[in-house]
Design a protein around this ligand. Structure first.
Ligand SMILES: *Cc1c(COP(=O)(O)O)cnc(C)c1O
Length: 456
């Protein structure tokens, strides 16, 4: 797997295609000498060294990792042409590629029918799902759990639709009793279930949410921006297998969002929204006097809120799916390794040491806290922040984790023995979204254990 050779193949293929057209001279205003390029690029390369090493298994902080080399090659080949998937005129080939990958995503979730497209992010994908929710029920609100992504509340504000947060249970999942009584009030038109929360990686019981919602005639949108590809592990044999019920239930919901730029090995700029009812396309209808000339076929801009969008994002995902298809034996193996890494670390955390598990991981996010802090929330909070800082500032053997703010009540529900002496506390959180983490958890655990023992 030689990324240099793959990137050359991508650039050469575009040059070959371009050379089939009559030659012309580049305008002098665009010309830059190789020397000036080298100097400027050297400056950029220097500044890029300031990044944390997202590629390395010692980075287990946020949901970050480089794209797969196939995605980079696919992106480069298309980006050198720079198609725009808004209209078929601007994205003749990449619009077709987009429709194909969207159909693959729909197949992955088991949707019998679908209308969907890629977006520039999960936030925009969710905005579209909430927009359709508002159009269908203009006088009703939208509900989501208190652990749902913060953008749901914000986008409800953008849409001018009341948003209601529903409390969560002791595992960070939406509380079904609270949801049931809220929906009984008749003020909610759509409920958002999160299949993999961003903080804890908790999976709302989509099947139960769906049953409660349907009883009240309420729609269901699934935010699987982070967790969606884990559906490839639903019902799988072995330790990595997941309870299939929430994942299978997605096929019966009204819409779903997944971020290929999180667990689909893609560069940023690739979210996706899928609707089960293709009829919702009517809410996007608009007239554009300067596009949609060349074809009566569907232009993706006719079913999306965004206008310009990178055709390269579709090409990158298409090429990736050709090589690592969204199936249990393809991309599923990558997800399995990430989940096993989280389970392995969680097991190490249950052994007596300086760290304690906050809760059992459901996907590939591990949450834990320093037990050295004597069980007081103030001390746990400070020790967590110190470990985060000491880990990344250690020039010799840096290690990168993140912190998560949890409410005192939520902490005490899981660990009744702690002393609540402030309202909330930071705990430690690690996202193991690189499959290489599977061979690195012992090292990560040993390193954080060591840091937890450092004097304050
Ligand atoms: C990341 C995430 C989002 C937001 O997606 P972006 O691609 O970062 O805009 C929404 N919901 C969940 C559950 C997420 O994890």
């Amino acid at each position: 797997m030689d990324i240099h050779s793959w990137l050359s193949q991508a650039a050469e293929s575009v040059q070959r295609w371009q050379s089939e057209y009559p030659p012309f001279d580049t305008h002098p205003a665009l010309l830059v000498s190789d020397e000036r390029f080298a100097a400027a690029f050297g400056e950029l390369a220097d500044r890029m060294r300031g990044n944390y090493p997202y590629f390395h298994p010692s980075y287990a902080g946020q949901m970050l990792k480089p794209p797969h080399p196939a995605a980079v090659a696919g992106y480069l080949a298309a980006m050198l042409v720079n198609p725009n998937n808004h209209a078929l005129d601007g994205g003749r080939v990449t619009s077709e590629l987009e429709k194909e990958v969207v159909a693959q995503l729909a197949g992955m979730f088991g949707l019998a029918t679908h209308l969907g497209h890629l977006t520039s992010s999960g936030t925009i994908a969710n905005l579209e799902a909430l927009y359709v929710a508002r159009e269908l029920h203009p006088n009703l609100g939208i509900a989501y759990s208190a652990e749902a992504h913060y953008t749901h509340a914000r986008m409800c504000g953008v849409l001018g639709t009341p948003g209601t947060a529903v409390s969560t249970d002791a595992a960070g999942r939406i509380d079904l009793d609270a949801l049931d009584s809220l929906l009984a009030g008749g003020s909610i038109g759509t409920v958002v279930a999160t299949a993999g929360t961003t903080g804890l990686g908790a999976i709302d019981p989509v099947h139960d949410v769906l049953a409660v919602a349907r009883r009240h005639g309420v729609r269901v949108h699934v935010d699987a921006a982070y967790g969606g590809f884990f559906t490839l592990l639903a019902g799988a044999q072995g330790r990595a297998g997941l309870d299939p019920r929430p994942w299978r239930a997605i096929a019966g919901c009204d819409s779903v969002v997944v971020d290929p730029h999180k667990h689909g090995l893609q560069p940023y700029g690739c979210g996706a929204v899928l609707f089960a009812d293709p009829g919702v396309g009517r809410f996007y209808s608009h007239d554009s006097p300067y596009t949609y000339f060349t074809s009566d076929e569907l232009h993706l801009g006719e079913i999306s809120l965004e206008c310009s969008r990178a055709g390269a994002a579709a090409a990158a995902l298409w090429l990736t799916f050709r090589l690592l298809p969204p199936e249990p034996d393809g991309l599923g193996q990558v997800l399995a390794a990430c989940r096993l890494a989280a389970l392995d670390w969680s097991e190490l955390l249950t052994q007596a040491g300086r760290l304690r598990p906050y809760q059992q991981p459901e996907l590939d996010i591990v949450t834990y806290y320093p037990a050295t802090a004597g069980g007081r929330l103030t001390a746990i909070d400070q020790a967590s922040a110190r470990i985060l800082a000491d880990g990344m500032n250690d020039a010799r053997r840096p290690v990168f984790v993140s912190t998560l703010i949890v409410e005192a009540q939520a902490f005490a529900r899981r660990h009744p023995d702690i002393t609540v002496d402030q309202d909330r506390a930071r705990i430690l959180r690690s996202v193991l979204m690189k499959p290489e983490s599977a061979n690195y958890v012992a090292e990560l655990h040993a390193r954080i254990e060591e840091l937890a023992g450092w004097p304050v």
